[in-house]
Design a protein. Sequence first.
Length: 277
Amino acid sequence: MAEIKTIDELDARGKRVLVRVDFNVPVEDGAVTDDTRIRAALPTIRKLVDDGARVILMSHLGRPAGEGFEESFTLRPAAQKLSELMGKPVVFATDTVGDDARAKAASLRDGDVLVVENLRFDKREQKNDPAFCEALAAPVAQRMGLYLWDVAFEKEGAGWYLRYYIDRQGGVTIDECEAFSREVSDLLDEADPIDQSYTLEVGSPGVERKLTKDWHFQKYIGAQVHVRLIRPVEGERDFVGALSSYENGVVAVLLDDELEMTFSPGETAFVRLYEEF
């Protein structure tokens, strides 16, 4: 079992630290009417600020429709109340994982605090969107020295699975997968981006990992890949060869007989690395 550091053991100076807080507070006429929940988070926030962290706070507020900004559910009043209670400026982002949040997170200095907008404003938050789940978990992976290979939400048998594939140079351990799972589980509980029951799984993408993103293909130009087609071509659905190029989603593979074949995104069931055992 991986050992999880407490906040007192965390070396946070100069690091961006994403904190899930409960700022689901009552607001009337643009002002917080009960700041109990904000005050409850102050010891943690102040500790991180004093330690030189670059603090990013995320929360939901109420139950907006999930179709974008709604003035009555903005977290701006909570950010303003936090600034008042801390006696220092608090940066506010007008989105959750979008351009404004990324830009303001990147410009934070040691000891700064950023509050991102209501998680439930993001249209993807209730649409089972793996990209939104990936964006939520990316800071966790970065802080742990990992990178996210892929995120998939898929049906298997009678159940649905949200799968995170993480990696690092030299590979990941079971303990790292468990630690990542615990932290991401808390974020998912807060953001609630999946509107049905599911099982969370975290693991390595493996030696024969699927290539799904542009950077995956660029990274493995020249490597042996296995391409499976949705429909057979001349009776064949599976092709193995060297990945010779990738452009605009089109995969080119050089087969053993020096024949190069190209496959469009709509033709392939999957493309994965190939290891001959």
